[in-house]
Design a binder for this molecule. Structure first.
Ligand code: TYM
Length: 332
């Protein structure tokens, strides 16, 4: 049997090229080497306030993007987290297993707390225990590989620690999963500020390229991307903005380092931006076309989500039976 992979994304805001290059494209590429399970994590999304109607719609939009980006629903399970109640049940068991300090050390939580001016009353408890739910997502399906972007590395380390802790307290129950990062594009940076990773919640209009952006907007945002005061690409040490543009091109185009150097060394920034824009638009066009078709076939999309949830439910239930039994919970 092929090893199992699990990964997921939050259905909040529009997916951007960081989500695609760091995760989604990698999923599509490796899916046939594994038994793949891909989730749309709506329960993670409600750690911050969401508009209920919009959240439900976003789940189907993200499902359409997963398929448009190449996930094969005949092979990969594609479902929404809240369709399987066991995620939160296992998360509770883990919440009772994990020391408070482990969660307090998570840098994403610390950053959120800082954004809230260190006011503990201004951040939800869900944000604090969020990584425990993520561990439950993965361990519930006994996944051995988790393809994600670099920003999830710390959460993955915690997931491994939770699996190991549970196994040592209660006996071997969970597979300890490996993290798998893409070789190029594991951390795409903001176009307006290349010292910060590209994120959905950044707010500024020139920060990210969304997977659904029309070509004109892509041109504008990349055209305004921050570079530096050099006249052209200094191959021996490009600044962070230029490096980010080169990474975006290389990841989308699958060019080797040698090809990149031969083509881009010394190139003026205006030309670099034109080339990156052309590459991004060429790669987004088929995704957007397929996305449009899928959004017009809602019944099909909903069928994929339903069938996938039915397919993975027995795996989740088998794990839950063992976890309940091991921890001594009465209801089996
Ligand atoms: P989320 O929704 O923030 O991001 C989804 C995926 O996109 C990757 N990513 C990036 N990759 C490269 N550059 C970027 N700028 C960039 N921004 C995001 C993320 O690394 C991720 O792989 N906690 C997760 C969701 C989650 C999950 C899971 C993931 C919940 N349960 C179980 C894997 C397994 C998150 O918020 O991802």
């Amino acid at each position: 049997m092929k090893p199992r992979i699990f990964s997921g994304m939050q259905p909040t805001g529009e997916l951007h090229i960081g989500n695609y290059l760091g995760a989604l494209r990698n999923w599509a590429r490796i899916q046939h080497d594994y038994e793949p399970i891909f989730c749309i994590v709506d329960q993670h999304a409600i750690t911050v306030r969401q508009d209920p109607k919009r959240l439900r719609e976003s789940c189907e939009q993200v499902a359409a993007l997963y398929l448009a980006a190449g996930l094969d629903p005949g092979h990969s399970a594609v479902f929404v987290q809240s369709q399987i109640a066991a995620h939160v049940e296992l998360a509770w068991i883990f919440t009772c297993t994990v020391p408070f300090g482990w969660l307090g050390r998570m840098t994403q939580f610390k950053a959120k707390l800082q954004q809230a001016g260190q006011k503990h009353d201004a951040v939800g408890t869900g944000l604090f225990v969020y990584p425990v739910l993520m561990a439950a997502d993965i361990l519930l399906y006994q996944a051995s590989v988790v393809p994600v972007g670099d920003d999830q590395s710390q959460h993955m380390e915690l997931t491994r620690n939770i699996a190991q802790r549970f196994n040592s307290l209660y006996g071997k129950t969970f597979v300890v999963p490996e993290t798998r990062l893409p070789s190029v594009g594991a951390r795409i940076m903001g176009l307006d500020d290349p010292t910060r990773k590209m994120s959905k919640s950044a707010g500024s209009p020139n920060h990210a390229v969304s997977l659904l952006d029309p070509p004109g907007r892509v041109r504008k945002v990349i055209g305004r991307a921050v570079t530096d005061s050099e006249p052209g690409v200094d191959w021996s040490g490009p600044g962070p903005g230029v490096k980010n543009l080169l990474t975006i091109f290389q990841a989308f185009g699958d060019w080797t380092d040698g090809q990149m150097e031969r083509h881009f060394a010394g190139m003026r920034y205006g030309s670099l931006k034109k080339e990156v824009t052309a590459m991004v638009n060429a790669k987004l066009e088929p995704i957007q076309r397929r996305y449009g078709e899928l959004m017009d076939s809602r019944d099909y999309l909903r069928g994929v989500l339903r069938d996938s949830a039915d397919r993975v439910a027995p795996i989740a239930e088998a794990t839950m039976r063992r976890a309940r039994k091991r921890t001594g919970l009465y209801g089996l």
